[in-house]
Design a protein around this ligand. Structure first.
Ligand code: SAM
Length: 271
């Protein structure tokens, strides 16, 4: 197979396109990065595979070889038409707006994407609070977003995105990529994370947990009890009582609590 860069040049010429910045079209050209993502995806042995944004096929041309039930979601009409003409299953539209229940799904289902950065945080939140989450995801992020997703308590990056993502997934880093690994090169570093769905469900209604998590972190520097009173109409005294039962100070701030403590508090408050 041709190298990723040769393939990209050939495809750009064939389709006569210029990358669209508005759609986050930074195409992967590093064979090393592509090989690692493709290998990780193959190792997951998905029965159904989704990819958001196949673009010019850096991942698609490899993954189509190993996955029969492979469905692409692409907003750019030209790319959608191209992959359809190649005989692949394409859902044309915005990955954040579409109804994912319309996608064919059977057995172990995995999502792979070199995500357009504009949609990455919202996409992770959406996929983390679904009633019937995917089995795994391999996603490329801007480094700072990846850091927020995997952050631990008492660090600057720890916040709503961290606890909502970690509620549903065990998350590990697969690789780091630099601007040089893309064409055109973005001026930020990137990371690829692997998300594996937790075996144990931590809360029955993750969408409610999302509302709770948003309220907890509504003001980063203020007290958790005050934030919850403001963001969710639960009386401050009730939150303080729950915190004391959990052996936490009434003056605790959200950044100090572990995921387990958030889950306990969520349940205690009967959210
Ligand atoms: N997979 C290719 C690669 O790695 O070279 C392209 C990745 S590029 C970073 C992002 C891709 O997502 C582009 O193909 C772009 O058209 C598509 N895209 C952008 N916004 C989208 C959205 N909201 N929903 C679905 N696809 C989107």
């Amino acid at each position: 197979m041709s190298s990723a860069l040769e393939h990209l040049k050939m495809m750009m010429e064939k389709l006569g396109i210029e990358p669209k910045r508005s759609l986050g079209q930074n195409f992967l050209i590093s064979d090393h990065v592509i090989d690692k993502i493709v290998k990780a995806a193959n190792d997951l042995q998905a029965e159904t595979l989704y990819e958001i944004g196949p673009g010019l096929g850096a991942l698609t041309r490899h993954l189509r070889e190993t996955h029969k039930n492979y469905h692409l979601i692409e907003l750019d009409k030209k790319f959608a038409e191209f992959w359809r003409s190649e005989g692949l299953s394409v859902f044309e539209g915005d990955a954040l707006q579409m109804d994912w229940s319309e996608l064919p799904r059977s057995g172990k289902t995995v999502l792979v994407s070199n995500l357009p950065y504009q949609i990455s945080s919202s996409l992770v939140i959406e996929k983390s609070v679904e009633k019937n989450p995917l089995d795994a995801m391999i996603l490329m992020f801007q480094k700072e977003v990846a850091q927020r997703i995997r952050a631990v308590p008492n660090t600057e990056n720890y916040g709503m995105l961290s606890i909502v993502a970690q509620l549903t997934w065990q998350i590990e880093m697969l690789l780091e990529a630099s601007g040089r690994d893309f064409q055109p090169p973005p001026n930020v570093a990137s990371r690829v994370l692997i998300f594996r769905r937790r075996e144990q469900v931590l809360v029955e209604d993750p969408a409610k947990f999302l509302k709770f998590a948003k309220a907890c972190f509504i003001h980063r520097r203020k007290l958790l009890a005050g934030n919850l009173e403001e963001g969710s109409n639960i009386k401050r005294a009730q939150v303080e009582q729950a915190l004391s039962e959990m052996k936490l100070k009434p003056t605790a701030r959200a950044q100090e609590l572990s995921l387990k403590q958030f889950v306990d508090l969520f349940k205690k408050l009967g959210y």
